[in-house]
Design a protein around this ligand. Structure first.
Ligand code: GDP
Ligand code: MG
Length: 164
């Protein structure tokens, strides 16, 4: 069967936006209804002749950092248990936060391939320097993308399929 790629990251980093671009249609709901837990959503994706199944691990939109962290841990565990490659998405506008570091620790221990993506780099000129702090997560080179402007997506996918 096809390799599975899961997207993990804090609420609002842009996971569903990326998922929807790759899925080619709006299968996933970008703005989850507050307080509603959503199921994982699947899409078939093809890049350079390689096919894989993508999972968007949605979830509630919590306003407490405790809940954010526990939800991220749950997402990360789902990804660790089911995915062949994990896309860990962060947000250059919010910068590196503690919850990112905690989840990075979990992913590192799982020894699955992790692609570290820094989203919302809408202008490489303006925001590229801000992506370097994500090296501190210790899970590899940060790949800058802008899901909404569709920048860097090809480079990210090249990196994903390298692990199949
Ligand atoms: P999720 O909670 O991680 O699934 O995030 P969403 O995909 O729902 O996106 C959260 C918000 O970030 C939405 O308002 C998106 O339009 C916005 N967003 C997503 N990608 C980008 C991006 O590349 N640049 C900017 N500026 N905003 C983005
Ligand atoms: Mg989402």
């Amino acid at each position: 069967s096809k390799p599975i790629v899961a997207i993990v990251g804090r609420p609002n980093v842009g996971k569903s936006t990326l998922f929807n671009i790759l899925a080619g249609e709006n299968i996933s709901i970008v703005k989850d209804t507050p307080g509603v837990t959503r199921d994982r959503i699947y899409a078939d994706v093809e890049w350079l002749g390689k096919n894989f199944t993508m999972i968007d691990t949605g979830g509630i939109e919590p306003d407490s950092s405790d809940i954010i962290l526990s939800q991220m841990r749950e997402q990360a565990q789902i990804a660790i248990d089911t995915a062949d490659v994990i896309i860990f998405m962060t947000d250059v506008r919010q910068g590196l936060v503690d919850a990112d570091a905690r989840v990075a620790d979990m992913l590192r221990r799982a020894k699955k391939p992790v692609i570290l993506v820094v989203n919302k780099v809408d202008s490489f000129q303006k925001f590229m320097a801000d992506t370097y702090e994500f090296y501190n997560l210790g899970i590899g080179d940060p790949i800058p993308i802008s899901a909404s402007s569709k920048l860097g997506i090809g480079d990210m996918l090249d990196e994903v399929i390298r692990h199949f």
